[in-house]
Write a protein of this length. Structure first.
Length: 350
């Protein structure tokens, strides 16, 4: 068993050293990161042996969920340590997917405090507008010459563009298709910046959730992640306008016919953690989005940033409803010493 475990760890750590940062580019982890990853991964597997009451290297997403839950509940365990273990396990699953051909997506919804400084990889408010701006210029409507486009779909898009631009339909051609930016990504980002959508909620969102008249996103209890009640989340005026534009555009595409998902990927599949994170990384690369230095930013970084702003600047009870926390205790964890608030306070105190 000792020899088997040594062989197993050698394979895993070798992969981390060569591919752990970015498998597609062949970028490995730095030596210091590799050492830290090794140490924390060892903690996970020693727990796994106790949990299974036998030697095993079979760490699955379900078992990892159990480990993080227990770690989070442990007295004296600081949030940053829990988050670092989450990162390490996600690296292990990335290795497992790459080497063993699994398709494990693991993105636990760990609601933690930020009392330990800026350990959490969350997007600050300063990044929100830059992220939305990058979304505005991210993608165009479907290509005029797309091999998958039917004549009926092309005609619907031409009608939509003609109405949007206020020009005759016969003047809409391939160049107009290319120059017309899509409202899908801006609407997705805008709603997420308003409500802190989790990746699973992005995938579950349907057209019926959108209430343009009330300026709300109405999430039914059967689709409400980890909760049992309806959530009515407020949308800003700009978001409502963007959503209305997207719904008009969405109605022109064949892949949305007889589908109720609000957003679909280019492959016509619902969004997942993987596809949300991929989109976010593309937007960060395309735009001048300020992100925490040396941090791994994921879709949850948007949610955590939104929650932090709501909790600190609007109030925990309003934040609880907008972020769909089951208990205000969870929301209170986002209250922390904020430099912007301290700067305002120190100017007003005397």
């Amino acid at each position: 068993m000792l020899g088997d475990y040594e062989d197993f760890k050698e394979e895993v750590l070798t992969w981390f050293a060569n591919y752990g940062k970015n498998p597609e580019k062949g970028d490995g982890l730095a030596d210091s990161t590799l050492q830290s990853t090794h140490y924390k991964l060892e903690t996970v597997f020693r727990w796994l042996w106790d949990y299974e009451e036998e030697y095993t290297t079979d760490l699955t997403p379900a078992k990892a969920e159990r480990f993080i839950h227990l770690l989070n509940m442990s007295d004296g365990m600081i949030d940053s340590s829990v988050l670092h273990h989450v990162k390490v396990i996600k690296r292990f699953f990335k290795y497992h997917n790459h080497v063993h051909g699994t398709d494990w997506e693991w993105d636990p919804d760990v609601e933690l405090s930020q009392a330990n400084g800026d350990e959490r990889d969350f997007l600050h408010r300063a990044a929100f507008r830059s992220l939305y701006k990058a979304a505005l210029d991210f993608d165009s409507v479907k290509s005029y010459h797309s091999s998958s486009m039917t004549p009926e779909e092309r005609d619907r898009i031409k009608t939509y563009l003609a109405q949007s631009e206020g020009v005759p339909k016969e003047k809409i051609g391939a160049e107009e298709f290319k120059n017309a930016n899509s409202w899908k990504t801006p609407s997705l980002i805008a709603v997420t910046l308003d409500t802190g959508l989790r990746p699973i909620e992005v995938g579950r969102a349907t057209v019926d959730w959108v209430n343009l008249e009330s300026h709300e996103l109405n999430i039914p209890k059967e689709e409400s992640t980890k909760n049992t009640e309806y959530w009515n989340c407020t949308l800003k005026n700009r978001t409502v306008k963007v959503l209305r534009r997207w719904l008009d555009e969405r109605a022109t595409y064949d892949k949305y016919q007889d589908r109720d998902e609000l957003w679909l990927t280019k492959k016509a599949t619902p969004y997942s953690s993987k596809s949300c994170n991929y989109l976010l990384n593309r937007l960060i690369e395309a735009g001048n989005v300020p992100i925490p230095e040396h941090k791994d930013v994921t879709w949850y970084s948007i949610r955590h940033g939104v929650a932090t702003h709501w909790a600190n600047h609007i109030g925990p009870h309003h934040a609880k409803e907008q972020l769909r926390h089951k208990s205000v205790t969870t929301t209170m964890k986002y209250l922390h010493s904020d430099p912007e608030m301290r700067s305002t306070a120190v100017e007003q105190i005397w």
